[in-house]
Design a protein around this ligand. Structure first.
Ligand code: SD4
Length: 316
């Protein structure tokens, strides 16, 4: 083994060992940890594998997000995502690290891994957000390949939809699995990510909450992080993830913070018609989830064990 590799591996093992000591000294502190929206075991497993390699939460959330992005059977994210009403697959993604750095892409076409482009925006440009053609040009300049993301299945679904062209975003009724992920790394640092193809058959040019820092994802290393899924317009109007992190900063548990963020929507909007789900994770490794309707689930990985949990919800 080369010396450098040995030192690197040893330091990761040491970090893992000290993590475990910390965890056992303080039973309420649990990391590393990965949590993601919906039923996303494979994504969590990839995130967990990444944590074993680099220990870094940022790498973990990116690795996790890349799984549904490349999965043609996932019709809400990346390759295989349902197109807009004109037949274009347009993608939104964002990522945020423990230092408060953030990157995002909106209305990106032809690139399989928008989350990695978002990370490149964060790390290689002075900006936070690139959109559309500019985001595509940037991705190509970074070596990402242009690909056809519209699968035959998605094309057929779109052609079927065109017969009536009825536009009714019904999250949860159609299959929806936009992935939002939060992770605590081996040093206990928080990062988050979100990636989606947005609402099926949306208007051309529509951008949802998923690439908007503070809406779909927010992290603050003093507090923790939050992420969102569902009808993005209402996450945008209430800046849900930022709100949840601020509520946790002011003493709410992750569960209480998610519930209050849902209540802000319930009080002002016709919530019966749509779904929003929030996830939150604080720096102690405590987590919470809440949605408007039943049917929202989330996936958690702790100590290498992954499980899917049904979220609590408002509408009984
Ligand atoms: C959007 N929030 O584009 C996304 C959709 C979603 O599960 O989360 N679906 O509005």
């Amino acid at each position: 083994m080369q010396r450098r590799t040995f030192i690197k591996q040893t330091s990761i093992l040491t970090a893992l060992a000290s993590t475990q000591t910390l965890a056992s000294n303080n039973p309420s502190t649990q990391f590393p940890m990965v949590i993601s929206t919906w039923k996303n075991e494979k994504a969590n497993e990839a995130a967990w594998a990444s944590l074993q390699k680099t220990g870094r939460a940022l790498d973990a959330v990116e690795a996790g997000a890349r799984i549904p992005e490349a999965d043609p059977n996932d019709t809400s994210v990346g390759y295989g995502g349902f197109p807009d009403r004109d037949g274009n697959v347009t993608l939104d993604a964002c990522i945020m690290d423990e230092k408060g750095n953030a990157g995002s892409v909106t209305f990106l076409q032809h690139i399989m891994h928008p989350i990695s482009v978002a990370r490149a925006v964060m790390e290689k440009t002075p900006h936070v957000m690139l959109s559309g053609e500019g985001a595509l040009q940037f991705a190509l300049s970074q070596g990402f390949k242009k690909e056809n993301l519209l699968t035959d299945v998605a094309k057929k679904a779109w052609e079927e939809w065109k017969k009536t062209s009825k536009y009714e975003p019904k999250i949860n009724i159609e299959r929806h699995d936009t992935i939002g992920l939060l992770a605590l790394g081996t040093k206990g640092e928080i990062s988050g990510a979100c990636t989606t193809s947005g609402l099926a058959f949306k208007m051309h040019g529509r951008v949802g909450d998923s690439p908007v820092i503070g809406a779909a994802v927010f992290c603050d290393d003093e507090v923790g992080g939050a992420c969102a899924t569902g009808l993005g317009e209402f996450v945008l109007k209430t800046l849900g993830s930022f709100l949840i992190v601020e509520l946790m900063r002011n003493g709410k548990t992750p569960q209480q913070a998610c519930e209050e963020a849902i209540m802000r929507i319930v009080k002002r909007y016709n919530y019966k018609e749509f779904q929003i789900g929030y996830l939150a994770l604080n720096k102690k490794g405590e987590y919470g989830a809440y949605s408007i309707q039943s049917g929202f689930s989330y996936t958690i990985t702790e100590n290498g064990v992954t499980k899917v949990i049904e979220s609590k919800y408002y509408m009984k």
